[in-house]
Design a protein around this ligand. Sequence first.
Ligand code: G
Ligand code: G
Ligand code: MN
Ligand code: NA
Length: 254
Amino acid sequence: VQLEEELRGAWDRGELSLHYQPIYRLADGRLMGAEALCRWNHPRLGVVPPSVFIEVAEQSGLIESLGRHVLVQACKDAASWTPPGGERPFVSVNISPRQLRTGDLPDVVASALAATGVLPQQLHLELTETAVLGDEVQASALLSRLRATGVKVWLDDFGTGFSGLSHLRRVPVDGVKIDRSFVADVLRDPDDLALTSAIIAMAHSLGITVVAEGIEAEGQYAVLRERGCDQGQGFWLGRPMVAADIQRSFREIN
Ligand code: G
Ligand code: G
Ligand code: MN
Ligand code: NA
Protein backbone atom coordinates (compact mmCIF):
# COMPACT_ATOMS: atom_id res chain seq x y z
CA VAL A 1 0.00 0.00 0.00
CA GLN A 2 2.85 2.37 0.76
CA LEU A 3 4.48 1.68 -2.60
CA GLU A 4 1.14 2.42 -4.25
CA GLU A 5 0.87 5.78 -2.43
CA GLU A 6 4.39 6.66 -3.48
CA LEU A 7 3.81 5.59 -7.06
CA ARG A 8 0.86 7.96 -7.25
CA GLY A 9 2.44 11.25 -8.29
CA ALA A 10 5.85 9.72 -8.97
CA TRP A 11 5.65 10.69 -12.64
CA ASP A 12 4.88 14.31 -11.80
CA ARG A 13 7.76 14.38 -9.32
CA GLY A 14 10.07 13.27 -12.13
CA GLU A 15 10.98 9.95 -10.52
CA LEU A 16 9.90 7.84 -13.50
CA SER A 17 11.79 7.80 -16.76
CA LEU A 18 12.06 5.77 -19.93
CA HIS A 19 15.13 3.88 -20.97
CA TYR A 20 15.46 2.50 -24.48
CA GLN A 21 16.85 -0.81 -25.69
CA PRO A 22 17.98 -0.84 -29.33
CA ILE A 23 16.45 -3.31 -31.82
CA TYR A 24 18.45 -4.33 -34.88
CA ARG A 25 17.73 -5.97 -38.24
CA LEU A 26 19.63 -9.24 -38.12
CA ALA A 27 20.43 -9.52 -41.84
CA ASP A 28 22.65 -6.43 -41.90
CA GLY A 29 22.83 -5.15 -38.32
CA ARG A 30 20.93 -1.93 -39.04
CA LEU A 31 19.42 -0.16 -36.01
CA MET A 32 15.66 -0.13 -36.65
CA GLY A 33 14.03 1.09 -33.45
CA ALA A 34 13.99 0.78 -29.68
CA GLU A 35 11.82 -0.59 -26.87
CA ALA A 36 10.80 1.88 -24.16
CA LEU A 37 11.34 0.48 -20.65
CA CYS A 38 10.10 2.36 -17.62
CA ARG A 39 12.36 2.95 -14.58
CA TRP A 40 11.38 4.29 -11.16
CA ASN A 41 14.13 6.10 -9.35
CA HIS A 42 12.67 6.00 -5.85
CA PRO A 43 14.06 8.65 -3.43
CA ARG A 44 14.61 6.11 -0.64
CA LEU A 45 14.73 2.68 -2.30
CA GLY A 46 16.78 3.60 -5.34
CA VAL A 47 15.88 2.03 -8.67
CA VAL A 48 12.69 -0.05 -8.38
CA PRO A 49 12.36 -2.44 -11.35
CA PRO A 50 9.18 -2.48 -13.44
CA SER A 51 8.68 -6.13 -12.52
CA VAL A 52 7.74 -4.73 -9.07
CA PHE A 53 5.95 -1.45 -9.75
CA ILE A 54 4.07 -2.32 -12.95
CA GLU A 55 2.28 -5.01 -10.95
CA VAL A 56 1.40 -2.42 -8.27
CA ALA A 57 0.21 -0.05 -10.98
CA GLU A 58 -1.94 -2.77 -12.54
CA GLN A 59 -3.59 -3.78 -9.27
CA SER A 60 -4.31 -0.22 -8.19
CA GLY A 61 -5.44 1.14 -11.54
CA LEU A 62 -2.56 3.64 -11.59
CA ILE A 63 -1.42 1.94 -14.81
CA GLU A 64 -3.97 3.95 -16.77
CA SER A 65 -2.41 7.34 -16.06
CA LEU A 66 1.12 5.90 -15.99
CA GLY A 67 0.46 4.26 -19.36
CA ARG A 68 -0.70 7.55 -20.85
CA HIS A 69 2.45 9.34 -19.64
CA VAL A 70 4.65 6.55 -21.01
CA LEU A 71 2.96 6.65 -24.43
CA VAL A 72 3.28 10.42 -24.78
CA GLN A 73 6.90 10.47 -23.57
CA ALA A 74 7.90 7.59 -25.86
CA CYS A 75 6.29 9.32 -28.86
CA LYS A 76 7.99 12.62 -27.95
CA ASP A 77 11.36 10.92 -27.75
CA ALA A 78 10.81 9.03 -31.01
CA ALA A 79 9.89 12.25 -32.80
CA SER A 80 13.46 13.42 -32.09
CA TRP A 81 15.09 10.33 -33.60
CA THR A 82 16.38 11.50 -36.95
CA PRO A 83 18.69 9.19 -38.82
CA PRO A 84 20.49 10.92 -41.71
CA GLY A 85 18.19 9.97 -44.62
CA GLY A 86 16.41 6.67 -44.55
CA GLU A 87 13.44 5.31 -42.67
CA ARG A 88 12.17 6.73 -39.40
CA PRO A 89 12.94 4.44 -36.45
CA PHE A 90 10.12 2.87 -34.48
CA VAL A 91 9.47 3.06 -30.76
CA SER A 92 7.98 0.02 -29.08
CA VAL A 93 5.84 0.54 -25.96
CA ASN A 94 4.69 -2.16 -23.51
CA ILE A 95 0.96 -2.21 -22.83
CA SER A 96 -0.27 -4.15 -19.81
CA PRO A 97 -3.46 -6.25 -19.75
CA ARG A 98 -5.47 -3.69 -17.81
CA GLN A 99 -4.68 -0.94 -20.33
CA LEU A 100 -6.13 -3.23 -22.99
CA ARG A 101 -9.29 -3.92 -21.04
CA THR A 102 -10.21 -0.31 -20.23
CA GLY A 103 -11.27 0.15 -23.82
CA ASP A 104 -10.12 3.68 -24.53
CA LEU A 105 -6.63 2.59 -25.62
CA PRO A 106 -7.27 3.56 -29.27
CA ASP A 107 -8.21 7.08 -28.08
CA VAL A 108 -5.17 7.29 -25.80
CA VAL A 109 -2.96 6.23 -28.69
CA ALA A 110 -4.56 8.67 -31.12
CA SER A 111 -4.05 11.59 -28.76
CA ALA A 112 -0.41 10.65 -28.08
CA LEU A 113 0.20 10.62 -31.83
CA ALA A 114 -1.57 13.95 -32.34
CA ALA A 115 0.26 15.62 -29.43
CA THR A 116 3.73 14.62 -30.63
CA GLY A 117 3.57 14.44 -34.41
CA VAL A 118 5.17 11.03 -34.49
CA LEU A 119 4.04 8.99 -37.51
CA PRO A 120 1.54 6.23 -36.63
CA GLN A 121 3.71 3.56 -38.22
CA GLN A 122 6.59 4.60 -35.93
CA LEU A 123 4.64 3.44 -32.88
CA HIS A 124 4.60 -0.26 -32.00
CA LEU A 125 2.45 -1.53 -29.14
CA GLU A 126 3.68 -4.65 -27.32
CA LEU A 127 0.82 -6.70 -25.95
CA THR A 128 1.36 -9.96 -24.12
CA GLU A 129 0.14 -13.11 -25.74
CA THR A 130 -1.87 -14.09 -22.67
CA ALA A 131 -3.67 -10.73 -22.43
CA VAL A 132 -4.70 -10.89 -26.08
CA LEU A 133 -5.64 -14.53 -26.27
CA GLY A 134 -7.80 -14.48 -23.15
CA ASP A 135 -10.73 -13.19 -25.12
CA GLU A 136 -10.01 -13.66 -28.78
CA VAL A 137 -13.15 -12.09 -30.19
CA GLN A 138 -12.99 -8.92 -28.13
CA ALA A 139 -9.24 -8.67 -28.60
CA SER A 140 -9.52 -8.99 -32.38
CA ALA A 141 -11.94 -6.08 -32.52
CA LEU A 142 -9.69 -3.92 -30.36
CA LEU A 143 -6.57 -4.83 -32.33
CA SER A 144 -8.36 -3.96 -35.56
CA ARG A 145 -9.30 -0.54 -34.16
CA LEU A 146 -5.73 0.05 -33.04
CA ARG A 147 -4.26 -1.00 -36.38
CA ALA A 148 -6.75 1.25 -38.17
CA THR A 149 -4.96 4.21 -36.56
CA GLY A 150 -1.81 3.06 -38.38
CA VAL A 151 0.17 1.85 -35.36
CA LYS A 152 1.69 -1.62 -35.35
CA VAL A 153 0.70 -4.30 -32.90
CA TRP A 154 3.21 -6.84 -31.56
CA LEU A 155 2.74 -9.90 -29.38
CA ASP A 156 5.35 -9.81 -26.60
CA ASP A 157 6.80 -12.84 -24.77
CA PHE A 158 5.58 -14.98 -27.64
CA GLY A 159 5.68 -18.74 -27.19
CA THR A 160 5.09 -18.69 -23.43
CA GLY A 161 1.29 -18.78 -23.73
CA PHE A 162 1.21 -22.28 -25.27
CA SER A 163 -1.69 -21.39 -27.55
CA GLY A 164 0.52 -19.30 -29.83
CA LEU A 165 0.84 -20.73 -33.27
CA SER A 166 -2.76 -21.64 -33.99
CA HIS A 167 -4.09 -18.31 -32.72
CA LEU A 168 -1.77 -16.28 -34.92
CA ARG A 169 -4.09 -16.90 -37.85
CA ARG A 170 -7.08 -15.33 -36.13
CA VAL A 171 -5.56 -12.43 -34.22
CA PRO A 172 -4.52 -9.49 -36.40
CA VAL A 173 -0.94 -8.57 -35.43
CA ASP A 174 2.05 -7.15 -37.29
CA GLY A 175 4.75 -8.96 -35.38
CA VAL A 176 5.75 -11.36 -32.63
CA LYS A 177 8.61 -11.16 -30.14
CA ILE A 178 10.02 -14.59 -29.37
CA ASP A 179 10.37 -14.84 -25.60
CA ARG A 180 13.91 -14.76 -24.29
CA SER A 181 13.49 -18.14 -22.55
CA PHE A 182 13.61 -19.78 -26.00
CA VAL A 183 16.48 -17.65 -27.23
CA ALA A 184 18.48 -18.51 -24.09
CA ASP A 185 18.65 -22.20 -25.02
CA VAL A 186 18.63 -22.00 -28.78
CA LEU A 187 22.23 -23.26 -29.03
CA ARG A 188 21.89 -26.00 -26.39
CA ASP A 189 18.38 -27.38 -26.71
CA PRO A 190 17.28 -28.79 -30.09
CA ASP A 191 13.62 -28.48 -29.03
CA ASP A 192 13.96 -24.75 -28.44
CA LEU A 193 15.71 -24.32 -31.76
CA ALA A 194 12.96 -26.32 -33.50
CA LEU A 195 10.23 -24.30 -31.81
CA THR A 196 11.94 -21.02 -32.63
CA SER A 197 12.34 -22.06 -36.27
CA ALA A 198 8.69 -23.10 -36.41
CA ILE A 199 7.53 -19.75 -35.02
CA ILE A 200 9.63 -17.91 -37.62
CA ALA A 201 8.33 -20.04 -40.52
CA MET A 202 4.70 -19.84 -39.38
CA ALA A 203 4.86 -16.08 -38.78
CA HIS A 204 6.44 -15.47 -42.17
CA SER A 205 3.82 -17.56 -43.94
CA LEU A 206 1.24 -15.18 -42.43
CA GLY A 207 3.21 -12.05 -43.32
CA ILE A 208 4.17 -11.39 -39.69
CA THR A 209 7.56 -9.98 -38.64
CA VAL A 210 9.64 -11.77 -35.98
CA VAL A 211 11.87 -10.20 -33.31
CA ALA A 212 14.02 -12.31 -30.99
CA GLU A 213 14.48 -10.99 -27.45
CA GLY A 214 17.27 -11.68 -25.01
CA ILE A 215 20.14 -12.22 -27.45
CA GLU A 216 23.10 -12.49 -25.07
CA ALA A 217 25.74 -14.12 -27.28
CA GLU A 218 27.06 -13.89 -30.82
CA GLY A 219 26.19 -17.54 -31.47
CA GLN A 220 22.53 -16.89 -30.71
CA TYR A 221 22.53 -13.93 -33.09
CA ALA A 222 24.12 -16.07 -35.81
CA VAL A 223 21.70 -19.00 -35.57
CA LEU A 224 18.65 -16.71 -35.43
CA ARG A 225 19.83 -14.79 -38.47
CA GLU A 226 20.47 -18.06 -40.29
CA ARG A 227 16.90 -19.20 -39.46
CA GLY A 228 15.51 -16.03 -41.01
CA CYS A 229 14.52 -14.14 -37.85
CA ASP A 230 13.97 -10.51 -38.89
CA GLN A 231 15.11 -8.45 -35.91
CA GLY A 232 16.63 -8.86 -32.48
CA GLN A 233 17.46 -7.22 -29.18
CA GLY A 234 19.44 -8.29 -26.15
CA PHE A 235 22.37 -7.51 -23.92
CA TRP A 236 24.88 -8.70 -26.56
CA LEU A 237 23.48 -6.16 -29.03
CA GLY A 238 22.76 -3.32 -26.63
CA ARG A 239 21.51 -2.70 -23.11
CA PRO A 240 18.65 -0.37 -22.27
CA MET A 241 20.07 3.19 -22.22
CA VAL A 242 18.95 6.71 -21.37
CA ALA A 243 17.04 8.74 -23.97
CA ALA A 244 19.99 10.97 -24.88
CA ASP A 245 22.14 7.93 -25.69
CA ILE A 246 19.63 6.21 -27.95
CA GLN A 247 19.01 9.52 -29.73
CA ARG A 248 22.74 9.72 -30.44
CA SER A 249 22.73 6.14 -31.75
CA PHE A 250 20.02 7.00 -34.27
CA ARG A 251 21.92 10.06 -35.46
CA GLU A 252 24.93 7.86 -36.18
CA ILE A 253 23.17 5.23 -38.32
CA ASN A 254 24.85 4.96 -41.69
O1 G B 1 13.18 -3.54 -17.98
P1 G B 1 12.79 -4.82 -17.28
O2 G B 1 13.43 -6.07 -17.77
O3 G B 1 13.01 -4.76 -15.79
O4 G B 1 11.20 -4.96 -17.49
C1 G B 1 10.47 -5.88 -16.80
C2 G B 1 9.06 -5.93 -17.30
O5 G B 1 8.41 -4.67 -17.15
C3 G B 1 8.95 -6.30 -18.77
O6 G B 1 8.03 -7.36 -18.86
C4 G B 1 8.40 -5.08 -19.41
O7 G B 1 7.52 -5.44 -20.46
C5 G B 1 7.68 -4.38 -18.29
N1 G B 1 7.65 -2.94 -18.56
C6 G B 1 8.70 -2.09 -18.65
N2 G B 1 8.30 -0.83 -18.92
C7 G B 1 6.93 -0.88 -19.01
C8 G B 1 5.93 0.10 -19.29
O8 G B 1 6.19 1.27 -19.55
N3 G B 1 4.62 -0.33 -19.29
C9 G B 1 4.28 -1.63 -19.04
N4 G B 1 2.99 -1.94 -19.04
N5 G B 1 5.22 -2.57 -18.78
C10 G B 1 6.52 -2.22 -18.77
O1 G C 1 8.73 -8.60 -21.06
P1 G C 1 9.57 -7.71 -21.88
O2 G C 1 10.01 -8.39 -23.13
O3 G C 1 9.00 -6.38 -22.20
O4 G C 1 10.91 -7.49 -21.06
C1 G C 1 11.88 -6.60 -21.45
C2 G C 1 12.98 -6.75 -20.45
O5 G C 1 13.98 -7.68 -20.87
C3 G C 1 13.70 -5.46 -20.19
O6 G C 1 13.57 -5.15 -18.85
C4 G C 1 15.14 -5.73 -20.48
O7 G C 1 16.00 -5.14 -19.50
C5 G C 1 15.23 -7.24 -20.43
N1 G C 1 16.26 -7.71 -21.35
C6 G C 1 16.60 -7.16 -22.52
N2 G C 1 17.61 -7.85 -23.11
C7 G C 1 17.91 -8.86 -22.28
C8 G C 1 18.86 -9.91 -22.35
O8 G C 1 19.64 -10.06 -23.28
N3 G C 1 18.86 -10.79 -21.31
C9 G C 1 18.01 -10.67 -20.23
N4 G C 1 18.11 -11.57 -19.26
N5 G C 1 17.10 -9.68 -20.15
C10 G C 1 17.04 -8.78 -21.16
MN1 MN D 1 8.48 -5.96 -24.17
NA1 NA E 1 9.14 -9.94 -23.87
